[in-house]
Design a protein around this ligand. Structure first.
Ligand SMILES: [Zn+2]
Length: 192
C-alpha cells in the first residue's frame, strides 16, 4: 500500500525493527524531512552529528546507517536511486521564512508539520532534532559556503530504509520554496 503526503504537510507513524520504509518522490524535485525516535524511549532520537561522525561523510546514501544520540543504529539505507540527501540543515520553520525569506506572514513548514504529527506520541517541539533531509540538494564550496539547490531527484526516485529498532517516524513533504525548485509536490511512502 502506498501512502501519500500532500504538499506542505506531514505524518508520523510507528514501524517495527526489520520493517522497511520506502520514500518516493512521485513527481521529482521534492524534499522530504524525516526524524526518528526510539519507540520505547523517545529521549533517544536520530543524530546528525553521530551519523556524520560514524559514517565519515556528509553525503549519506546507500549502505550507510542513521545513528542515534545514544550511538545506536536506527536505520540502514538499503537503496537510494537519487543518492543526494542532506543531513546538515534543520527542518524549515516559521522563523526560516522570516529570517531567510523576509516573509512576515504565516508559512507552512516542516518543523510545524513534524511537531504537530509527533504530538500524538507526546514528543514536544523542542525535542525535534535536525532532520535527515531526503532528496535535499545542499552543495558545499571549498571555503565552506553552503548553497541550497533544487533536488536532483526525478519522478519515481526512491530511498529504502530498514529499521534497526522499533521506531517512531515523522515525515514531511517540505514547504520551503528554495529547497524544492520553487513548487510544492507530494511525497509517497510504503511500509514493507
Ligand atoms: Zn522543509
Amino acid at each position: 500500500m502506498t501512502y501519500k503526503i500532500q504538499p506542505q504537510t506531514g505524518t508520523a507513524f510507528k514501524i517495527k525493527k526489520g520493517q522497511q520504509l520506502k520514500v518516493i518522490d512521485p513527481l521529482g524535485e521534492q524534499v522530504s524531512d524525516m526524524v526518528l525516535f526510539n519507540a520505547e524511549d523517545t529521549r533517544e532520537k536520530i543524530s546528525s552529528g553521530k551519523t556524520l561522525d560514524f559514517e565519515e561523510t556528509i553525503i549519506i546514501t546507500k549502505g550507510h546507517f542513521l545513528w542515534s544520540n545514544r550511538s545506536n543504529k536506527m536505520m540502514k539505507i538499503l537503496e537510494d536511486t537519487n543518492g543526494r540527501n542532506d543531513f546538515l540543515l534543520a527542518p524549515c520553520s516559521p522563523e526560516t521564512f522570516q529570517i531567510m525569506y523576509n516573509n512576515p506572514d504565516y508559512h507552512p513548514s516542516c518543523f510545524e508539520n513534524l511537531y504537530t504529527n509527533l504530538r500524538q506520541f507526546e514528543i514536544t517541539p523542542d525535542e525535534v532534532p535536525t532532520a535527515f533531509n531526503i532528496f535535499m540538494n545542499v552543495q558545499f564550496a571549498e571555503d565552506g559556503r553552503l548553497t541550497v539547490l533544487p533536488p536532483l531527484s526525478k519522478s519515481g526516485d526512491y530511498i529504502v530504509f530498514e529499521a534497526e529498532m522499533d521506531l517512531i517516524v515523522a515525515l514531511t513533504a517540505c514547504s520551503a520554496e528554495d529547497s524544492n525548485g520553487g513548487t510544492f509536490k507530494p511525497i509517497n511512502y510504503e511500509i514493507i
